[in-house]
Design a protein around this ligand. Structure first.
Ligand code: PLP
Length: 453
C-alpha cells in the first residue's frame, strides 16, 4: 500500500501527462499503478485491475517476466550502452536484427532501430523520400495517409496520422502529406454493403494518386487494422483493392505494424494476416512487450537496394538506435513468444475463445457492433440499437462513463469516443477471458442503467 493522496498531490503539482486533460485529471486524482503481474495491475490502494489493454497495446507476454529483467540486467553488466553510428555494432543488436529478418515476411531482411513507434515513423518519412532520391526520382515526395489513422506524436507521426485534434495543435500536418478516408464501414459506410464500401474507399487512394500525380507520390502509409482510431477492421475487399492500386503504380507501401505486429492479430505481423507485402514496416510496442523502449523500421529488399546497396550515407539515426539493453529485452521477449507459441495461441486458442464472448456482447442493447480480430476488439456503443446512423448527442461522453465504470469494476478498457476497446496481453488465460467478458457485460449493464437515470 502506497501513500495515494501524497502521490496524487505531487503528481498534480509536477507531472505533465501525455494525452490527458490535466485539469480534469487533477480534479479526480490520477490512477496510480504500482505493480503488475501477468494480466493484472495493482494500484496504490492494493486493488487488482485486469489490464485489458496490455498497457498501451504492447505487453504481449504479460507483466512481470523475470526472464526479461534478468536478460537486461546481464546485458547492462556486460555493455550497458554503446551506439550503432559510424559502422559500430554489438552482439545483441546483431542477434535482434537477424531474428527480425527471420520472423518478418520473406522479402524483408533489414531493420533500422529507434526507440519508439513515433521515431519509426519519422524514420519512414525521411527514408521513403531518401529512397526515391537515390532512385533518381527526387520529385516523389508526397506521402498519403488516412484520416483517423495514428502514427505517433512527433511532427512526422502526427502529420502522417489523421487525427484532426492533433493537427490542430502545432499547425500540422507538415507540407507534403495528403489524407484519404478510412475503411470505417460501421461509422461511414452509409447504405453500402461492407464489400462495396471496402472497394469504394480503397479507390479514394487511386483518386488521390491521380489528383496529385503518380510521379509526385512517394508512399502510402496505413495500419493493417487502425488501432487508436477505434479498432477499424477494414472490409475484406479493402486490402486486395489497395494492393492492386499500389501494384499498378510506382508507390511504396508502408504498413504500420506498431500495434498489429508481434502476434496481436494471431500472426507475427498484420501484413501476414492480410498478405500485404509492404515495402516498409514500422515496429515498436510488442517488439519488447514494452519492457524497454525500442522500435524500428523493417525494409524490403527493394528499399534496401535503394538506401543501402546504392551506397552513400543516410544522415539519420538516434543516440539510442539499437540500444544494447533494449535489444536484449526484445530478444528475451521474442524468445518467450516463440517458446510459449503465443502467436499460434492467439490464432487457434485464446483468440477464437475471447472472440466468441465478444460476439455475444454484440447482443447488448447498448452495442451496435462487436468486432475483434486476434486479441484486439471494439464495441460500438449506440443510442439506438440497429441504427448505425444515430450517434449520442454529446459524442465521447458515454464512452468515458463506460470506461470509468469498467475501471471501477476492475477492468481497463479504453474509450475511443463512444467505442470501447480491448487489447489484452496474449497470455490471457481462459478463466481470465471469462472474467474479462463478464466484467465488460456488467460494465455495459451499469452504463446502460446510468443513461436511463
Ligand atoms: N503507430 C501506431 C500504429 C501506433 O498505434 C502508435 C502508438 O500507439 C505509434 C505509431 C506511435 O508509437 P509510440 O507511442 O511508441 O511513439
Amino acid at each position: 500500500i502506497y501513500p495515494t493522496a501524497a502521490l496524487r498531490a505531487a503528481d498534480a503539482a509536477h507531472h505533465i501527462h501525455p494525452f490527458s486533460d490535466t485539469k480534469e485529471l487533477n480534479a479526480e486524482g490520477s490512477r496510480i499503478i504500482t505493480q503488475a503481474d501477468g494480466v493484472w495491475l495493482t494500484d496504490s490502494d492494493g486493488n487488482r485491475i485486469m489490464d485489458g489493454m496490455a498497457g498501451l497495446w504492447c505487453v504481449q507476454v504479460g507483466h512481470g517476466r523475470k526472464e526479461i529483467a534478468d536478460a537486461v540486467h546481464k546485458q547492462m553488466c556486460e555493455l550497458s550502452y554503446y551506439n550503432t553510428f559510424f559502422k559500430t555494432t554489438h552482439p545483441p543488436v546483431v542477434a535482434l536484427a537477424e531474428k527480425l529478418a527471420q520472423l518478418a515476411p520473406d522479402h524483408m531482411n533489414r531493420v533500422f532501430f529507434c526507440s519508439s513507434g513515433s521515431e519509426a515513423n519519422d524514420t519512414v518519412f525521411r527514408m521513403v523520400r531518401h529512397y526515391w532520391a537515390q532512385m533518381g526520382k527526387p520529385e516523389k515526395q508526397v506521402i498519403i495517409g488516412r484520416w483517423n489513422g495514428y502514427h505517433g506524436s512527433t511532427l512526422a507521426g502526427t502529420s502522417l496520422g489523421g487525427m484532426k485534434a492533433m493537427h490542430g495543435q502545432g499547425n500540422l500536418p507538415v507540407p507534403g502529406v495528403h489524407h484519404i478516408d478510412q475503411p470505417y464501414w460501421f461509422g461511414e459506410g452509409g447504405d453500402m454493403s461492407p464489400e462495396d464500401f471496402g472497394i469504394a474507399v480503397a479507390r479514394k487512394l487511386e483518386e488521390a494518386i491521380d489528383q496529385i500525380g503518380e510521379d509526385k507520390v512517394a508512399a502510402f502509409i496505413a495500419e493493417p487494422i487502425q488501432g487508436a482510431g477505434g479498432v477499424i477492421i477494414p472490409p475484406e475487399t479493402y486490402w486486395p483493392e489497395v494492393k492492386r492500386i499500389l501494384k499498378e503504380r510506382d508507390i511504396l507501401f508502408v504498413a504500420d505494424e506498431v500495434i498489429c505486429g508481434f502476434g496481436r492479430l494471431g500472426s507475427w505481423f498484420g501484413s501476414d494476416y492480410y498478405d500485404l507485402k509492404p515495402d516498409l514496416m514500422p515496429i515498436a510496442k510488442g517488439l519488447s512487450s514494452g519492457y524497454l523502449p525500442i522500435g524500428g523500421v523493417m525494409v524490403s529488399d527493394r528499399v534496401a537496394e535503394g538506401i543501402i546497396d546504392k551506397g552513400g550515407e543516410f544522415y539519420h539515426g538516434y543516440t539510442y538506435s539499437g540500444h544494447p539493453a533494449c535489444a536484449a529485452a526484445a530478444l528475451a521477449n521474442l524468445e518467450i513468444m516463440e517458446r510459449e507459441k503465443l502467436v499460434e495461441r492467439v490464432r487457434d486458442d485464446i483468440g477464437p475463445y475471447l472472440q466468441k464472448h465478444w460476439q455475444a456482447l454484440g447482443d447488448h442493447p447498448l452495442v451496435g457492433e462487436a468486432r475483434m480480430v486476434g486479441l484486439v476488439g471494439a464495441l460500438e456503443l449506440v443510442p439506438v440499437k440497429g441504427d448505425r446512423t444515430k450517434k449520442f448527442a454529446d459524442e465521447g461522453t458515454v464512452g468515458t462513463i463506460c470506461r470509468d465504470i469498467s475501471f471501477k469494476n476492475g477492468l481497463v478498457m479504453r474509450a475511443v469516443s463512444d467505442r470501447m476497446i480491448i487489447s489484452p496481453p496474449l497470455v490471457l488465460s481462459h478463466e481470465e477471458a471469462d472474467l474479462l467478458a463478464a466484467t465488460a457485460k456488467k460494465t455495459l449493464d451499469e452504463t446502460y442503467a446510468e443513461l436511463k437515470r
